[in-house]
Design a protein around this ligand. Structure first.
Ligand code: T46
Length: 154
């Protein structure tokens, strides 16, 4: 597992409870492995087209944990400064995606199933779907953070 160099994200390792020949169980509980109360669960499947690309957006408020519960895909993560692509191919290893994190999913295996736990109900107004607008917002947030930091000591 390649370590994440991008901010606003982290791996979430659910662990595996192994039952020998009876299979394996992984558990995700709010307030334990999942750092928010889950308001929405959705899953993505039917990814048989090799050219399929999903995501290509960031969220303003919605936080999510993304799991690949079957097959594999590549997840591109971009905080506006650093960009990294990782492969998700284990049902027990998810990625926590905080706000203001551009993400793209691609290279899906035909049997791929993504499971997503979300902190908020669906709201199209929460999406930033334009990359330039995302970068502008990241820069504005950095400017505001540095104004607040420099103003604190005065
Ligand atoms: C994300 C990645 C990981 C709804 O009506 N309700 C929903 O809860 C969702 C998730 C989507 N939709 C509608 C909105 C669009 O008309 O379903 C259509 C496809 O959604 P979208 O193009 O946003 O799908 P992805 O796979 O690009 O992105 C999804 C999530 O939308 C997004 O929040 O982070 O998965």
């Amino acid at each position: 597992m390649e370590s994440l160099q991008v901010s606003n994200c982290a791996y979430i390792d659910l662990g595996r409870i192994k039952d020998g020949v009876d299979g394996v169980l992984s558990v995700a509980e709010c307030g334990r492995q999942i750092p928010f109360d889950v308001k929405r669960v959705y899953y993505i499947y039917g990814l048989s087209a090799p050219q399929a690309i999903r995501g290509r957006h960031a969220h303003k408020h919605n936080r999510q944990v993304l799991f690949c519960i079957n097959g594999s895909f590549n997840l591109l993560l971009d905080d506006g400064t650093h960009r990294q692509e990782v492969t998700l191919d284990r049902p027990d290893l998810g990625v926590y995606m905080d706000v203001m994190l551009w993400h793209e999913m691609s290279a899906f295996s035909p049997n791929c199933i993504l499971l997503v736990l979300a902190s908020d109900h669906y709201d199209e107004a929460d999406y930033i779907r334009d990359y330039e607008a995302f970068i502008d917002q990241v820069r504005a947030n950095h400017r505001n953070a540095s104004i607040n930091t420099s103003g604190r000591g005065e």
